[in-house]
Ligand binder design. Structure first.
Ligand SMILES: [Zn+2]
Length: 471
């Protein structure tokens, strides 16, 4: 298995590569063998011969050549072999064998080139041509147009277009004129193909079926560096801050509900970040879930503080909203007879928590403001839209199992062009994700900053955690 690199991502599958490339692959092989200039010269000769022998061939497609009668086919191959060396098209004998296309195989099979070498040549050409806009793809498409103009079936609109077509083979790809010529070649070829409407599905699906079976998957995995930073040390420094705040709370203001709510949320964040460190969740999917919660908690804290004055008691509302959710769950559990003892939800315990809370409060509550859906809005209100846009939305994709997250985390890419670059489930867990740790620290330090503003944390303790952001 290979590791990811940029060049392996440079591909695309279009009607060109799926339907037309298999038909014109022989042209690509000739260019690959002889280079552009010499390839052009020999291809021109082949096109002329092809027309001479079998005028019925509309486009220089493999499937059309295969549909000729034996005598014509043999003649075509013999003429081609006078123009190019036998081994140029020998890679195609891996697909068109003695049993499927005896005449072709007979003429082009060679023992000089090993099966592996032939396969590599074929792969290389397909790799260079799966992109319908690559230089090689455009050259192949040019030959198709050249063939058509030879057979007087190409009617161009303007003198300029005729000139472009004539000059194309004479200019190299670096020539500035080619910036116009290439798109012109491509669009004309598409037009011609649509005009003829002669896609041979039987041939192309057979082509892809055979080539895809010839080779193994060439899987490549994305592997990010394992987290190496001293995360325990950060957690230790963080714990000192929490100890300080906790002591402040129990000693000075144990009945301060605002402080309880804020410390409660912050402690939930602390437990989540500690889980990441303790269980080494840095490069995992659940690590992303942790970042998401850290962001949501931080935004909620800022939101509550910011809107405190416009509520009678925002702290109590926040608590009631959350407990109210548990209350609903408990009530629903009583309606179902299928509640399992082993379920991770302990409804009896939840019932106790709900009842305890009810004792103290439970008034009509305004729940709109704590709704999950409003997190984007809240992020805007507290001026943290960037956190939402850059991280929260991405982490949510993992939380909701959206395809982007599935693609990134759970599927491996196959880099074999013969397999159409499909994906394979990563059931052996070979792929990891980029570490969440620096972002965990970034959001956690912002969280501590909120508490510092309100309760004043000694500088020495704050400095302890800030240093980690620079690592
Ligand atoms: Zn594959």
């Amino acid at each position: 298995m290979t590791k990811f690199n940029d060049s392996s991502m440079n591909f695309s599958f279009t009607k060109w590569s799926l339907e037309r490339l298999p038909e014109y692959i022989w042209i690509g092989l000739i260019f690959g063998y002889y280079g552009r200039n010499e390839g052009m010269r020999r291809l021109f000769l082949i096109c002329k011969k092809l027309l001479e022998i079998a005028e019925s061939i509309a486009l220089p497609r493999m499937s059309e050549i295969f549909s000729l009668n034996d005598a014509e086919q043999s003649k075509v191959y013999q003429e081609i072999l006078k123009i190019i060396s036998k081994d140029v098209l020998s890679p195609l004998t891996l697909i068109f064998t003695y049993s499927t296309n005896p005449l072709f195989a007979e003429n082009f099979v060679t023992i000089q080139t090993s099966v592996d070498d032939r396969l590599n040549i074929l792969m290389e050409i397909l790799r260079k041509t799966t992109n319908n806009q690559s230089e090689l793809s455009t050259d192949i498409r040019y030959i198709v147009l050249f063939y058509l103009s030879l057979s007087n079936k190409l009617h161009l609109g303007t003198r300029e277009q005729v000139d472009l077509l004539t000059q194309y083979s004479l200019m190299n790809h670096e020539n500035p004129v080619m910036q116009q010529a290439r798109p012109f070649i491509r669009s004309t070829e598409v037009m011609v193909f649509n005009l003829f409407e002669i896609s041979n599905e039987e041939y192309t699906s057979l082509f892809w079926e055979r080539v895809s079976k010839m080779t193994e998957c060439s899987l490549f995995k994305i592997q990010f560096d394992e987290e190496k930073r001293d995360t325990d040390h950060y957690i230790h420094c963080l714990k000192e801050i929490y100890s300080y705040l906790c002591e402040l709370f129990t000693n000075a203001s144990p009945l301060d509900n605002k402080m309880l709510v804020l410390l409660g949320i912050a402690t939930y964040s602390f437990k989540r970040i500690k889980e990441v460190s303790d269980h080494k969740l840095f490069n995992t999917i659940v690590g992303r879930s942790s970042v998401r919660v850290l962001i949501e908690n931080y935004i909620m804290m800022k939101y509550l503080v910011k809107n405190e004055s416009s509520y009678e008691d925002i702290w109590r509302d926040f608590q009631e909203y959350g407990i109210g959710q548990f209350k609903l769950i408990v009530e629903k559990s009583k309606e179902h007879s299928t509640v399992r003892e082993t379920s991770h939800v302990d409804y009896k315990y939840l019932d106790i928590l709900v009842s305890d809370f009810k004792h103290e409060y439970f008034l009509d509550m305004d729940t709109r403001y704590f709704d999950n859906l409003n997190i984007r809005k809240k992020a805007e209100i507290v001026d943290e839209k960037e956190l939402y846009d850059l991280y929260y939305d991405y982490d949510s994709a993992f939380e909701h199992g959206l395809w982007g997250a599935i693609r990134e985390s759970s599927l491996l890419s196959c880099n074999n062009p013969l397999h159409h670059y499909h994906c394979v489930p990563d059931i052996n867990d070979e792929q990891n994700l980029k570490s969440v740790w620096p972002d965990c620290i970034m959001v956690m330090n912002k969280t501590i900053d909120v508490l510092d503003e309100l309760y004043g944390i000694p500088d020495s303790l704050v400095r302890g955690i800030l240093d980690f952001e620079r690592e």
